[in-house]
Design a protein around this ligand. Structure first.
Ligand SMILES: Nc1nc2c(ncn2[C@@H]2O[C@H](COP(=O)(O)OP(=O)(O)OP(=O)(O)O)[C@@H](O)[C@H]2O)c(=O)[nH]1
Ligand SMILES: Nc1nc2c(ncn2[C@@H]2O[C@H](COP(=O)(O)OP(=O)(O)OP(=O)(O)O)[C@@H](O)[C@H]2O)c(=O)[nH]1
Ligand SMILES: [Mg+2]
Ligand SMILES: [Mg+2]
Lengths: 292, 288
């Protein structure tokens, strides 16, 4: 992998003293290649390499018996620094219910993740309400309702109401009135460039006042991750991110792009189709995965 | 796109960024850049306009190359036309959430509109409300959906659907499958079994195995193609969600390596948002 490649490069120049501009460039090229192959956005890679270069130039990598390993350590720790501290949980509001709103592109895993978030709090003895606010996709309400049944968790019944904004507002009020600890709003997938649908999310946020607005993003997303994350964050405002489908072999570089452009914490990861496939985000494990 | 006249190092770097930003990938981008450098060396390329034209030609050629080779028989173009390959069977596969079920709804609408007799199979017996979702699409398209209860063995449902398709003498049968990550061996085995079952009922089927790829996917699309193709064989690709900002450049490397054609692209969530793949339009939008 990257360590052995860097070992080969750095061992060639060992004995020529500390790292300087020219001896470091080949190593930086290998790191850049690894990150691009991992789907990190090329602009994010450029900035990242700049930071690594500064740290590597000042370091004693060449003093080490294993310079490749030392170099990778610098890269790894720089990745961890950007991806943030380990998140232990979503914070519950001191004034229940805590309203959690899930947003994102079509098919990223929001509805399934809504079930997982609900399951997570339910297992911790919290009273949870699932809110199906996707009235557009065929059988979306049925999908979330079925997940609720599987988990023995209540699903808000919107009756004849089809407007997602009114549904979320009414559900939020009902959750407060009926003493729920958590309400999870599952919204319809949408494009970040669809201004009508992005405005709909703004309205939901304004009316339902969620404590958390989480971008549900697919781990296999490529270069477009920066556009998606930037738009959702600028237009709606995010409080965090959930990365899904990490049980595959995607390197997941999108997470670095998302963190770099939004600065928002990665709260959880989805690691499978079952409702208990839900874990806390570990930046150091993610860093190793991205570097391959 | 580049605001200058002649081809220099900076030009090539800017071009490389555009291609990587379009998810073309490092390897495929490097190959294309190398070909450009050789042409510049041999003085066959000297200015920017010639450069983008040449690059577009190269990519277009890659995307069009499979059209002339190893294509399955086309679906019957009129109702009841080709006796030998009726029902014409299409299996739709791909990882989770890429747009398989929605694309089948669009395909059903298209083929029904061409006067064909279409039957759908709700082969996703795993995911919550997957059968209901396909049934809505079936009623939108005005076609029947063969399904069983959730939790049924997908091979059993597919067996039913193939038998029904044969008995009813329909023109086309389109089979929906559950989303699955290509790395899950047991799920790939399940897919292989589905293919065997189809072949037992309808000896020369499936005629088309379409892999659905999401345009927002990065380099992982290559791994998806590789494993699905090794698993049950992919005869064609449909790229969905090209109505977003992702360019879907990853398909260039995939078509180059696996030589399978991109048949159609999905450009929205409505029943008519499925158009035939056009290499010229695709290449133009890559550099737009
Ligand atoms: N393997 C795997 N599959 C997942 C994960 N999360 C969700 N899925 C699957 O991804 C597919 C899409 O999930 P949904 O929950 O329907 O996605 P969505 O974002 O609600 O989709 P839209 O509402 O259409 O935008 C389903 O097949 C899920 O089972 C995960 O962590 N791992
Ligand atoms: N914008 C856009 N959305 C699409 C397109 N194709 C599908 N979708 C949306 O993507 C989401 C997922 O579509 P599905 O058809 O459920 O995907 P799937 O592959 O069957 O998902 P699983 O069965 O859960 O694996 C839905 O919200 C669709 O409306 C497209 O071309 N453009
Ligand atoms: Mg959903
Ligand atoms: Mg489906």
């Amino acid at each position: 992998g990257l360590t052995s490649k860097l070992d080969a490069i750095l061992k060639k120049i060992k004995g020529r003293g500390v790292l300087n501009e020219e001896t470091i460039s080949e190593s930086l090229r290998e790191v850049r290649l690894a990150l691009l192959e991992a789907d990190v956005n090329f602009k994010v890679v450029k900035d990242f390499i700049g930071n690594v270069k500064e740290r590597a130039l000042g370091s004693d990598v060449m003093e080490s018996l294993t310079p490749g390993q030392q170099f990778v350590k610098i890269v790894h720790s720089e990745l961890c620094r950007i991806m943030g501290e380990k998140q232990t949980s979503l914070h519950l509001s001191p004034n229940p219910p805590t309203i959690i709103m899930l947003v994102g592109l079509q098919g990223s895993g929001k509805t399934t993740t809504a079930g997982k978030v609900a399951n997570y709090f339910n297992k911790n003895n919290k009273k949870v309400l699932l809110v199906p606010a996707d009235t557009r996709r065929p059988a979306a309400v049925e999908q979330l309702t079925l997940l609720g049944k599987q988990l023995n968790i209540n699903t808000y019944n919107a009756g004849e109401e089809k407007d997602p904004v009114r549904i979320c507002k009414a559900a939020s009020d009902a959750a407060w009135k009926e003493g729920y600890d958590v309400a999870v709003l599952d919204t319809a997938g949408r494009l970040h460039i669809d201004s009508d649908l992005m405005n709909e999310l703004k309205e939901i946020r304004a009316k339902a006042a969620p404590h958390e607005v989480l971008l549900v993003a697919d781990a296999m997303t490529g270069q477009d991750a920066v556009n998606i994350a930037e738009q959702f964050n600028n237009e709606i405002g995010l409080t965090g991110v959930i990365l899904t489908k990490l049980d595959g072999d995607a390197r997941g570089g999108a997470v670095l792009s998302i963190k770099a452009v939004t600065g928002k914490p990665i709260k959880f990861v989805g690691t499978g189709e079952k409702l208990d496939a839900f874990e806390v985000f570990y930046p150091d494990r993610m860093a190793s995965r991205i570097l391959g | 796109i580049l605001g200058k006249k002649e081809i220099d190092k900076e030009t090539l770097e800017r071009l490389e960024e555009i291609m990587i930003g379009a998810d073309i990938g490092v390897k495929a981008t490097d190959n294309l850049i190398k070909r450009i450098e050789e042409k510049v060396q041999r003085k066959e390329l000297s200015d920017i306009s010639g450069l983008t034209g040449y690059l577009k030609d190269e990519i277009r050629a890659i995307l069009k190359s499979p059209q002339s080779s190893n294509n399955p028989p086309a679906p019957p173009s009129t109702k009841g036309e080709i006796e030998g390959s009726r029902p014409y069977v299409i299996v739709v596969i791909g990882v989770n959430g890429v747009g398989k079920t929605t694309t089948i709804g669009k395909l059903a609408h298209r083929y029904k509109g061409e006067g064909k007799d279409v039957l759908l199979c709700a082969g996703d017996t795993f995911r919550a409300a997957a059968i209901e979702q396909l049934q809505v699409w079936g009623s939108r398209a005005g076609v029947d959906v063969i399904g069983q209860k959730a939790g049924a063995d997908p091979s059993a449902v597919v067996f039913d659907a193939c038998t029904a398709a044969k008995q009813r003498g329909v023109d086309m049968l389109i089979i929906d499958t559950a989303g699955r990550l290509h790395t899950k061996v047991n799920l790939m085995e399940e897919l292989k079994k589905v293919k065997r079952v189809i072949g037992k009922v309808l000896p020369d089927a499936p005629h088309e195995t379409l892999l659905i790829l999401d345009a927002t996917t990065g380099q992982n699309a290559i791994s998806q193609m590789r494993l699905f193709n090794e698993g049950i064989g992919v005869t064609g690709l449909i790229i969905t969600k090209l109505d977003g900002t992702a360019k879907g450049g990853i398909v260039i490397g995939i078509v180059d390596e696996f030589k399978r054609p991109i048949k159609m692209i999905g450009v929205g969530e409505d029943v008519s948002d499925l158009i035939d793949f056009n290499a010229d339009d695709f290449v133009d939008s890559l550099f737009a």
